[in-house]
Design a binder for this molecule. Sequence first.
Ligand code: SME
Length: 172
Amino acid sequence: MQKENMFLFVFFRTFASQKQLKSMSKIEKYKLLTEQIRALIEGETDSVAVMANVCAAIHETMGFWWTGFYRVKDGQMVLGPFQGPVACMHIGYGKGVCGTAWKEQRTIVVPDVELFPGHIACSSLSRSEIVVPIFSKSGQVAAVLDIDSKELSNFDDTDQQCLEEICKMLSL
Ligand code: SME
């Protein structure tokens, strides 16, 4: 099968309609999403193409408010592919939730963004947030996956575990 046809085959095999998604639990959606992302990125070496499709797949399946990547570049974080409203383009080391996840090299879950000192508000509608670091082969933070929700306390251990599993599949 040609690569393009294989992509369509895999995409439709793992595609769920919005109606189907509504009846699925969070863990069921993440299982589907993880399978879809594994298939989507297999053999793809272009990091922009990978980030673009990964954030679209997460955003569509989980129904978040903002889903995107910030990449480490020249000592700061720069906005990468995303889904949702426009966002700030540069974030410093240790600044905001993203810069803190970069500095501390760990996932940060923020149940209420107003209570996180130094939170950078790209959208006034964002209420809770999760930021997951993505590591290069040499163990440095290469990028972060940043997800915002319009609901307070939207992210729990299931989100953290599943999103960390997805981020481990990415080599940027
Ligand atoms: N809230 C983030 C900034 C990025 S936007 O949420 C898209 C932060 O505090 O780092």
